[in-house]
Design a binder for this molecule. Structure first.
Ligand SMILES: [Zn+2]
Ligand SMILES: [Zn+2]
Length: 154
């Protein structure tokens, strides 16, 4: 069975709802001493924390599920097709960031955050940097930002 970030988020939402319910029921000012609802309010605190933990797990899972771009050449994540490689060192001509390997000659490892659909309906997933180049080159293509949080749309 595969756990998805959506499932974890749904659980987190239920924990949040439970927290709110407990507070609605027991959150009023304590009228009597000793307060019999002390532990119920404590439970609301635990539930709120559980919701946060579930959200964190969902985010971590989504992060891991983002696939690499995989196009056969590297780009600058910010500037796109602006790299030049020489003697095993790659540099972005715009921001002058350098990589100590032939980034240009390797498949792209940036997260695939976009779906590009060309006029024929072919879908290519690519990273921010590659999308810059594709926007300039592809006419009539549709660019859809993949919800990184959802992780695996489509
Ligand atoms: Zn750059
Ligand atoms: Zn890429």
């Amino acid at each position: 069975m595969t756990v998805t970030p959506e499932q974890l988020r749904a659980l987190a939402a239920r924990a949040d709802a439970l927290t709110a319910e407990v507070w609605a029921l027991c959150g009023g000012s304590p009228g009597t001493e000793p307060d019999p609802l002390v532990e119920a309010r404590q439970a609301a605190g635990y539930l709120a924390r559980a919701a946060e933990d579930l959200q964190r797990a969902a985010a971590e899972l989504a992060r891991l599920q983002v696939r690499p771009c995989g196009l056969p050449w590297g780009v600058c994540a910010e500037h796109g097709n602006t790299l030049s490689s020489r003697a095993g060192i790659t540099e972005c001509r715009v921001c002058h960031r350098t990589w100590s390997y032939d980034r240009l000659g390797r498949p792209c490892e940036e997260p695939a955050t976009w779906k590009v659909i060309d006029q024929a309906g072919t879908v290519t997933r690519m990273c921010d940097g590659h999308v810059l180049g594709a926007r300039a080159a592809a006419q009539g293509a549709t660019f859809v930002r993949v919800d990184e949080v959802a992780g695996q749309t489509g």
